[in-house]
Write a protein that binds this ligand. Structure first.
Ligand code: 1GP
Length: 236
């Protein structure tokens, strides 16, 4: 999945939330590099399949972030597998992944699979509650997680997940300067093009989710804003 290295901007569509065809068309035709289908609550095989079929009417790549074993559906361009590094609930570190391989090993063998070292930063998010994440992390904790993800687990992606809240630019900058090979994904609280640009200076890929539902016009503006922003680190 070499294409992943060229993703600067991603929209994350929650299969658990209703959508209209017109809304989805604007997202798919926005120029974003990829549509990620993924959500924490209410993800089912039916709504994942519905999302996939709807996005497939457009040429934009579509990947599934696997958060529910039952919703693992063939047909996506790639599968993002989050390993929640700061989860206290062990199933989100390795349990569900082992069960996924047990149940769908043959299919995943031939699919494009990308591991995400996931660090959940917003303790009030549903992802934090579900995984029982320890989000009380200082800068050194976060940097150590990024190094563990990249150097020990060899994850191709390190994901700073601020879901629902805008993150700390100093953290994003420091992690960006720490990672040597892994791509840095930033997601959380982006509502405006300006916020997206600030994160795009340090993150390789900027993910916009909630704004699509709350302020779609502003969300759409983040696409060009991110793609026109040069990263300040270029070693990856
Ligand atoms: C969520 O990182 C994404 O998984 C995006 O976050 O929904 O807050 O934009 P928001």
């Amino acid at each position: 999945m070499e294409e992943m290295k060229a993703w600067r901007h991603a929209f994350k569509v929650d299969p658990g939330r209703p959508f209209s065809e017109q809304w989805l068309a604007e997202i798919c035709e926005s120029g974003t590099d990829v549509v990620i289908v993924g959500g924490t609550e209410g993800t089912t095989v039916d709504n994942v399949t519905e999302c996939l079929a709807a996005v497939r009417r457009f040429s934009v790549p579509c990947v599934l972030e696997v958060t529910e074993l039952e919703a693992l559906t063939p047909g996506f361009d790639a599968y993002l597998i989050p390993v929640v590094l700061n989860a206290h609930h062990p199933a989100f570190i390795s349990g569900l992944h082992q069960q996924a391989l047990k149940a769908h090993g043959q299919f995943l063998k031939t699919a494009d699979v990308l591991g995400e070292g996931y660090c959940i930063m917003n303790r009030h998010s549903s992802a934090a509650r579900r995984t029982d994440a320890d989000a009380a992390l200082d800068m050194d904790d976060i940097v150590a997680f990024s190094r563990f993800s990249e150097s020990v687990l060899r994850m191709p992606i390190f994901y700073l997940e601020y879901s629902g809240t805008y993150g700390d630019i100093e953290v994003v900058k420091k992690v960006s300067q720490t990672l040597e090979h892994a791509r840095l994904f930033y997601g959380g609280g982006i509502q405006t093009a300006e916020q997206a640009v600030d994160m795009a200076k340090w993150a390789d890929t900027v993910v916009v989710g909630n704004a699509l539902y709350e302020n779609k016009e502003e969300a759409l503006k983040t696409v060009n804003a991110v793609k026109e922003t040069k990263r300040k680190t270029n070693k990856r």
